[in-house]
Each structure stands twice: as C-alpha cells, then as structure tokens.
Design a protein. Structure first.
Lengths: 527, 417
C-alpha cells in the first residue's frame, strides 16, 4: 500500500521545507533542520502521530454546556421582550463569532501541531457551513471542535459526527426533516460534495437517502425538563431548546429504502456505512486531498494508491496522508513551490516564519476575510475553490497591505465600505439633511471603533528572528530571508530589487524592509 | 462630439503608457479589438456597452414598492403597512410608487424607467441564501450551480476580450453572479485599498519586486501577471478618483457613493462590462415602515443621481441598469408590523435602450400560492435573456443553459445569430 520502493524521494532540507510548507503553515529554519535530520519516514510519522495525539485547545470561555437559547420564544412571550432578546442575542453571537475567528487564527499561529489545524481547515472547506446562514456562535465552535477531533481520524466517524453536527444540520436543513416531507438538501450535498462526487448517484438514491435521514432534530440534552411550548409557526431559531442532535423515531421514515442497490430499513448509520464503502468515495476524497496539498499527479497513480489505502484501512485519514507525504509525486519538481497560498496560510505562515509578536484580534481575522477567506464563512456549500481564485486585484491589494499590517500593526484603509447606510428617510426639506448625516456618520464611527477597538496587535522584532544579530552584508541578509520565507524559485530580478532596497536603507531598518518586500513578492504567494 | 474627443484622449493616454512600460498591463491595452467577440462582431451593436446590476439584498417588499393602490385585497392584507392611496405616487388607477420613490416616478414620467412586475421563478425557495443563489446563478430551484450568470457570459462570450476587470463589484463578499471558471472580476469594498506608497524605497521596492520576469512556473507567472494588472488598476483608479468631477450631488451613503464611483469608471471608460453594487437591509420582518422608506429613498435618489450624471456626461446610452432582489415579501403583513419572505417581485431597468413603462402581468393578490405568496408571471431568466441577447448580443440560451424568451424590455432588436 505504500509508495513504490524504487522511487524513494530524495530527503534533504529543501524537501523538509516543502513538507512543512504544505503539511503546516511553513517552517522556520530550526523546524526544517529538525525534520531534515530524521529519515523521510520518521519525519512523516512524527508529523502525523504528534498531530493525531495533540490535546485539544482550550475552548473560548463563552462556550456553554448545555447551550441555552437566549432568544427562545414561548406562546406567552411578550413581543417587546422577544424582540429585545433577539437583538441582544444576535449582537452577542456576532461578537463571539469575531472572537472565535481570532481564537482559531491565534491557535494556528502558536500551535506546535500545525498539521492538525491545516486539516481542520481542509475539512472546514470540505464540510462547508457558513455564518451567512448559521450564525449561532456555539454551533460554529462545536463544528470546529468536531472537525479538529476527527481531522486525522477515521472518515466514517467524521462523516457520522458531521451529519448530525448542529451547524451542518442547520446549514443543510437536516434539522426537522421528517417523514411527512423529507428535506433532500443534505442528502444531495452528501453525495455530490462530501463523498462520491457528481455522476456516482441517482436522484432516487438522493430521495431514498433523504428519507433514511429523517427524524433528526436539535433539542435540549436528554433528561432536561422540557420548556414551555412555542406559538405555532415559531421559527426554529426561537423554538430550539438546545443543540443536542436528537433522533425522534415518530418523525423517522422507517419504511424500506433502496440506496446504491442495497435495500433495507436504513437509518443514518446505514447511510454512512454504505456511502463510505463506495469506491467512488475513496477516489473523490483522496483527489481532494491531493489538490488541497498541491500535488501534481500526472498519471493518477498516487490517487490510485491513496484510494486503495483508504479502502484497505476503512477510511483512516492518517494512513492516506502517510502515502501522500511519502510519495515521489509529492516531492516532484512540478509539485514544489507551485501552490498559491490561501489567505490563512499566507497570514499564519508569515506570523510563524517571521516569529512576529502577535496577539490575534478580530482585526487580524478581518484581514483574511478581506483576502477572500472569512473563517467560518466560506462563499457557498462548495467551500473555497482555492488556487487562482485567491488572486484578484481586490485580494492582491490586501496581500500588499499585509506586510505593513503584520510587521507594524498598521490597519489598512479601504477595508471599510464606501459609506454608511441610510437608516432613516430624510425629510424632503433640504435644510434638515446635514444634521441627520452627521448623526449617521457619528454612529458609524462608533461601530467602527467597537470593531477595531483592539486593533492589530502584531510587531516585527529583529531580535526574535536574529538573536545573534542580522547578517550585515545586504546580499547575505537578503539570501537568508529568502531562504527562510520562500520555497519557490526566486527570480534574479527579485533578488536584485531586494539587495538594492537594502543598500538604500540604514542597516537597522534592513531586516524589516526586506521581510516586508518579500511578503509583497509573487514568490511569497506560493507554498 | 465631446465624448469622441475624450475617448481619443483616453486611447492616446493608454497608448502612451503602453510604449513606456515593458509589459503592457493587459486591461489598459484597450485597443479597438479590446471589446470584440471571439466569433464576430454583431452588426448594429456597440461594443462598449455596460450593465450595472443593482442588488437589493434581503428581499425587497415589492408590494410596498410598486403599490397596487387600486386593489382592495392589498389593503385587507396589510391593515398596518399598506401605503395610503392618497400618498401613493400614482402611475395609473391601479398602480403607483411608494411615496419615497419621487425620483423614480420622475424618471418614469420622463420615459426613462422600465418596471417589470411580478418576476420570479417556479417552486420558489424562501431562504435568502438559496434564493440569492438561484437568482445569481440563474438556475432552476431544484438544481445547484456555482457559476454565476454573468460569470458564464464572461467565460463563453468574452474570452477574446483583454480585460482583467470585466466584472467589477463594489462590496465585501464576491457576488456569485460573477463566479466563473476563469475569474475576471474584481471585488472591492473600497478603492482606497488600492492605495499604497508608490515612491521611496518601499514604493520602488514593490514595483521592482513585481516587475514581470517569466519563469515557466505557471502559478508564479500567473501571480506576476495579476500583480501587474493590480498595480496598473491601482494607478488607473487613483487617476479616476483624482479626476472625479461628478456634475451632480450624490448622497453620502454607501449605495449612492458606490454608484458615484461606478459612474466615474464608466466615464473613464474602464474596460469593465458589468458593474455590481448592493443596497442592503431589505429583510424587513419587523417594524418595516421607516426602514423600508429609508431604503427606497436611498434607491430612488441613488439611481436618479446616477442616471442624471451619466446623461450629462454623455454615457447613458451605453449604460443599462437592472435591479433585482432574491424575493419579494408575503402579501399579508405579519404580527410585528413587518413582512416575511415571499416570492415574486418587481425589477427596475433604466439607461440606454429600455422600453419605458410597465412590463409583465401585474400580480394577482387574490390567487396566491399555498403560503399566501404571489405567483410569478415573468421568469427572471427572461429578463436576463433580454439583457444577454439584446444588450450584449450574447447567446443567451447558451449562457442560461436553456431557452427563455427575452422579456420585451429593450428597444434593441435581438441580433440575428
């Protein structure tokens, strides 16, 4: 099941740097050195085993067990009370989601197990849910924890956990899908995007699967006293008593179904088992992993080997990755230094490789959002398409400002919209307009201040990067920083530009200037 | 005449830049061929046409926008929210505008506004997310598609057009309307993001390190080209904002300011075919009277200022504006003095080539669907079809993956294939 022994990749510092740039957020020279001192197999074992065993990060303090719906409405809740509860709850969710974004970014920057975070991010894009539809902060946190817990585990377990994960249940409408009217949304995406890929299932498979998945809802933990009843037609957001996936047999369609030619009184676990054993699932998933890790697999042989491992191990993600990270294809010239970094990779990598002094704040998360990767809010069910779609004038512009933002803690201008909203209709009498404009502008300024109150807390410190002092010679300094930061081929003109800039600058300012320019270079956009 | 001179000046300016720089920023390389189709030019069609898509996000209450003041059913369904017939800006004995749509009413009276009533699609979805997706990808409600209708138009019809800003959106989240296999659209919350030091060691360093030097590494060369385009776009936008001289006043709000910037870009002949701006906040579930009035006022004043601006500067003929919203709202008001998610809605069109006045069959408030929602009469894709075929001369059936008879909203005859 392993790689072909006749083609063992050459293992050296460059190969180690390549592995860390894909299986992590980019390594420091020390990390690269440590890994290069091992054999390839030892290095990969270490990355995989340590990431699989790493303890979970401490959860944000606003996460509650059990979760309480603070905008719950009952038949007798007065309208004003309901409206006020809705307002304050949503405001709190918004603030907590901002915190959650910076919490995860901060963890990615500091963790000693970056591979697990890279994979959690992969699964986040794969099993996409978005705060544009699901904005209950705790549901989003729980999903993040679910993905991390299973990131290098077994795919079947992961799929089972995700299917009844609150955020997913809300996002694809499995919550409340019952036998009277089975919602097909989740069943469709399950096959199209999560497991088989287009062309490997029929509409009848989807219909039967949707029926098999009926009966699930989100409720208070078992044994908790039921709260009072809601008015009929109360939207789910105001009627939910908890976030615990709960199976209600009376709402489940217990009739016989046929899925992929198998017939039975199928339920959730059967669906997960059936779809996990389809060969198309193995091929689809390993194909996504190969793409995500930027590997060129011209003959499709790597995909074949990984798919076989997936099937032989019944979906052990760690074993599939072991094949990938020790494959000659992964270390081929075509695979190296040729992948466009996602905004998260770019930002987290810069923080780690430049050993920046960082405290992750909502403003930091805002930067990745402005570059096109808003954590917990991918554009649609397909997640982030990645690759060239990361690069456009709007997003490249933010990438250029990233250097100043990270090295000097300077917030770029232009992340804000062009103006505020018109909250009230103006009197058609022109004389009263300006006072209203002033009021609206000042409330806009207040909101901006609230959002940015912490600002960007990051700084470049030469001593952190060069405790013994930076190289004095411009060319030596440039080459050292390029070696630290860039994994692709450096164009001669880029190196010359850096050296020229260095010569024109006082020695004390050189390391920051060169680092800054490298961050804006085409080379640095590649992993 | 004036415009002709402006355009020649622009071309000279672009040509000058071309001569000075080593690599031609491709989007500035606006030669006569820049906007031609890969197949053949379509007789009688200008090739510098622009579409401005205006998204009314959240689901605009169409019945309080284009008010059926002659229908008792409307007043019965909305005891609190119905617009008093005396205040309605009447179009005829049955329909009229919301009282804040003063400027749009004037445009209509002037023969400069088209309204398409009761636009929707079969088996309507009432989720914002899903219904927006349906409108932006122009697919039926039982299919999922990720590419946008304008994105597909760019992919299939504009491959020969040398522009990296074929689509330009002012907003924060890239609109799915532009999503395509070959992304050639830019989303900017604010052009100020394209402002960075261009002088000093930082400025020359940024330029220097992004000077194109082909490497044969595909991704690296792609980024170099994109960087080049971005730096050129930044310069061009700076020029546009510096030379901005709108002859009309725009309100200081996001929507109006976005339109103001779009007008400047149109006047500067940006190589952009489709602009996209949003007015957000239409999800009026509760206490909607004041909120909706404010939004409609912004819509009305913004569109009217834009119209007048382009007309005064001679670019109205080549500009078409289309509004859309993911759905209208339920016929009956809810218990919170608001309205819930509904279905069919009204679209506005203004600019070059429109057939002014009311289009489509008016909604029947008495025969609603099982949820109490309007039953649409005009499929939104027939409006897209009219724009794709009639305005851009594109193969609408191809882009929309199906035939939708073009809604008769544009003067331009459908070009023969």
């Amino acid at each position: 099941m392993k790689r072909r022994r006749d083609e063992i990749p050459a293992w050296d510092a460059k190969a180690a740097a390549h592995l860390l740039s894909r299986a992590g957020f980019g390594g420091t020279p020390e990390e690269v050195g440590e890994l290069a001192a091992l054999s390839l197999d030892e290095a990969v074992d270490r990355l995989l085993d340590e990431s699989a065993k790493a303890p979970a990060p401490a959860q944000p303090d606003w996460v509650k067990d059990p979760w309480v719906n603070t905008e719950r409405r009952f038949a007798d809740t007065p309208r004003e009370v309901a409206a006020e509860a809705h307002r304050t709850t949503r405001r709190r969710y918004g603030a907590e989601l901002n915190e959650l974004r910076s919490w995860w970014l901060g963890y990615m920057i500091t963790t000693s197990h970056p591979l697990r975070e890279v994979l959690t991010l992969f699964w986040h894009g794969h099993f996409a849910t978005a705060t544009s539809k699901v904005n209950i902060s705790q549901a989003i946190y729980q999903q993040n924890a679910t993905l991390r817990r299973n990131a290098l585990g077994n795919f079947r377990t992961l799929l089972r956990d995700v299917a009844v994960d609150p955020a997913m249940m809300m996002y694809l409408d499995l919550e409340g899908s019952d036998k009277a009217k089975a919602n097909e949304n989740f069943a469709r995406e399950l096959y199209e995007l999560f497991t088989l890929g287009i062309g490997h299932y029929t509409e009848n498979d989807i219909k039967a699967t949707a029926r098999a998945l009926t009966g699930w809802t989100l409720d208070a933990p078992r044994g908790m006293a039921k709260t009072r009843s809601s008015a009929p037609d109360t939207p789910r957001d105001f009627a939910r008593d908890g976030l615990v996936p709960t199976f209600i047999p009376e709402r489940h369609d217990a009739e016989v179904k046929t899925i992929f030619g198998e017939t039975g009184r199928f339920e959730l676990d059967d669906v997960v088992a059936i779809v996990s054993r389809q060969p198309a699932t193995a091929r689809f998933l390993v194909g996504k992993l190969i793409d995500f890790f930027g590997t060129v697999d011209p003959q499709g042989e790597l995909r074949e080997r990984m798919a076989l491992t997936f099937q032989a191990t019944r979906g052990e993600i760690r074993e599939v990755l072991r094949v990938l990270f020790t494959a000659p294809e992964f270390y081929s010239d075509a695979s190296r230094g040729s992948q466009i970094k996602s905004p998260i990779r770019l930002l987290v990598g810069a923080c780690r490789q430049l050993k920046l002094d960082v405290r992750a704040t909502p403003s930091l998360a805002q930067l990745t959002a402005s570059m096109g990767q808003d954590l917990f809010n991918p554009p649609n069910v397909k997640g982030w398409p990645g690759g060239k779609t990361w690069i456009g004038a709007g997003t490249l512009a933010v990438r250029y400002h990233l250097a100043d933002a990270l090295l000097e803690g300077k917030e770029p201008t232009g992340l804000e919209p062009l103006g505020s909203n018109r909250f009230l209709a103006f009197p058609r009498d022109a004389t009263q307009g300006s006072a209203m404009v002033a009021r609206i502008e000042s409330s806009r300024a207040e909101r901006r201040a609230e959002r940015q109150k912490e600002g960007l807390k990051c700084r470049f410190k030469v001593d952190a990067l060069y405790p013994q002092g930076a190289p004095a010679d411009p060319a030596a300094l440039v080459d050292d920083l390029l070696r630290r930061l860039v994994v692709t081929t450096v164009r001669p003109s880029a190196r010359e530009t850096l050296i020229t800039a260095c010569v024109d600058t006082t020695p004390a300012d050189r390391p920051a200037l060169v680092a800054r320019l490298i961050l804006t270079s085409p080379e640095y956009q590649l992993a | 005449m004036l415009i002709q001179i402006d355009r020649r000046q622009f071309l000279r300016r672009a040509a000058g830049l071309t001569a000075l720089t080593a690599t031609v920023p491709s989007f500035l390389d606006k030669t006569a061929s820049a906007f031609t189709h890969k197949v053949k030019p379509i007789p009688g069609l200008n090739d510098d046409r622009v579409l401005v898509v205006v998204q009314l996000a959240g689901g605009n209450d169409g019945l309080n926008t284009l008010v059926p003041h002659g229908d008792d059913a409307y007043y019965k369904a909305r005891p609190k929210l119905a617009i008093n017939a005396k205040k309605v800006l009447k179009i005829d004995e049955y329909l009229g505008f919301h009282p804040e749509l003063v400027e749009l009413k004037a445009l209509l009276d002037d023969g400069s506004l088209a309204l398409v009533q009761n636009v929707g699609y079969p088996n309507p979805d009432r989720s914002h997310f899903r219904s927006s997706e349906i409108w932006e990808t122009a697919t039926s409600s039982d299919k999922t598609e990720t590419s946008g209708w304008v994105g597909r138009y760019f992919d299939s019809e504009c491959s020969a057009v040398r522009s990296s800003v074929l689509g330009l959106q002012l907003g924060e989240r890239p609109a799915q309307t532009f999503a395509s296999a070959q992304p050639r659209s830019v989303t900017l919350a604010n052009p100020a993001i394209l402002d960075w030091p261009t002088d000093g060691v930082a400025g020359s360093g940024l330029e220097g390190i992004n000077r194109v030097e082909p490497t044969g590494i595909e991704a690296l060369d792609f980024i170099q080209r994109s960087a080049n385009e971005t730096l050129a776009l930044a310069k061009r936008l700076k020029e546009v904002t510096r030379n901005a001289k709108a002859p009309v006043a725009y309100a200081p709000f996001e929507f109006s300011q976005s339109l103001k910037l779009v007008a400047e870009m149109i006047v500067a002949e940006f190589p952009t075919r489709v602009y996209y701006v949003s007015l957000t906040g239409f999800d009026t579930h509760a206490a909607q009277v004041n909120r909706h009035a404010a939004l409609l006022q912004e819509l009305s004043q913004g569109l009217a200022a834009f119209h007048r601006d382009l007309k005064l500067r001679g670019h109205l003929d080549r500009t078409l504006v289309m509004t859309f919203s993911e759905f209208g709202r339920r016929v009956s008001e809810n218990k919170s003095a608001g309205t819930d998610h509904g279905t069919a809605n009204v679209m506005f069109l203004t600019g070059g080539g429109i057939i002014p006045g009311l289009h489509g069959e008016r909604p029947d408030l008495k025969s609603t669907d099982e949820s109490g929602d309007l039953v649409f009469k005009t499929d939104f894709r027939s409006v897209y079809s009219a724009i794709l075929g009639g305005w851009f001369g594109a193969n609408a059936d191809n882009v929309l993956a199906g035939h939708f008879a073009p809604a008769p909203v544009l003067r331009t005859p459908k070009p023969t294939a």
